[in-house]
Design a protein around this ligand. Structure first.
Ligand SMILES: [Zn+2]
Length: 257
């Protein structure tokens, strides 16, 4: 049993939550408190009814998420939004959300952990957002087809499938960059080209990014928004479990994307 305040203080300091730039809907940090001490920690990528139900069924009363309660923006608490809040309050479940701080973290961040999972070693940061870099990049000599296969293995583990823009059969990836989640954008493609990156690994992106990338000589691997963001919250839950000697559980609700 641990007080919510001590966990929140630890997480805020670990993640540098205060002052970390982000989309305003991210509202990083404690989003919903509870009156009780914390007895079990659940982690999930998305705050949604099914993850709340999962946390309740596992007897967890702190839910760590990447996309929090306010992800959909300013909206009335009706329908599914009302049901989410009601279920959380009725079960006494607190919510702590971490978006870009958890993408960018050097040890438990989505980007660094996805790189490790793909057998890649980062040597620099990538994907600038305001004053910070949230992604990673580095060099390798791996066949691009092999990298696509590794990304596909990650995607399939979490209920998805990896896709990529076309790659020549004998192509090698010499310079790569990673930006998890909705990582393919005009900004990341521009930055990739600037650093002579030849393979960009993201969660997802619009159709035109594959065309733009192809014309820049870049192969984009879309490994799934959900799959690429399972790493950080799981690592965060492990960290809390180790630090405060609490049981943890990951609530896996794949979106297929
Ligand atoms: Zn995301």
């Amino acid at each position: 049993m641990t007080s919510l305040t001590s966990i929140v203080n630890e997480l805020d300091s670990l993640l540098g939550t205060q002052g970390f730039p982000d989309y305003k809907e991210a509202l990083n940090g404690l989003q919903l408190e509870t009156r009780d001490d914390i007895t079990k920690v659940a982690a999930a990528v998305d705050l949604r009814e099914r993850t709340i139900n999962g946390a309740r069924e596992h007897g967890a009363n702190l839910l760590l998420v990447h996309h929090g309660l306010f992800w959909g923006g300013l909206q009335p608490l009706r329908g599914s939004r009302f049901r989410r809040l009601h279920a959380l309050l009725a079960s006494g479940i607190a919510v702590y959300s971490s978006h870009l701080p958890l993408d960018a973290h050097a040890e438990i961040g989505n980007n660094v952990l996805l790189a490790r999972e793909l057998g890649l070693t980062p040597s620099a940061s990538f994907a600038r957002f305001e004053t910070i870099d949230i992604g990673v990049r580095g060099e390798s000599s791996v066949a691009t087809a092999e990298l696509i296969a590794r990304a596909d293995a990650v995607a399939r583990r979490w209920g998805g499938v990896a896709r990529s823009s076309p790659a020549e059969p004998h192509r090698k990836t010499k310079r790569w960059a990673i930006c998890t989640g909705g990582g393919a954008s005009a900004e990341t493609l521009h930055e990739a080209a600037e650093h002579e990156v030849d393979t960009l690994i993201v969660g997802e992106g619009p159709h035109w990014t594959a065309i733009e990338a192809d014309e820049l000589g870049i192969v984009v691997i879309y490994a799934g928004h959900y799959a690429t963001e399972t790493f950080g919250v799981r690592a965060l839950a492990d960290y809390v479990g180790r630090t405060f000697d609490l049981p943890t559980v990951f609530i896996d609700i794949p979106t297929g994307l």
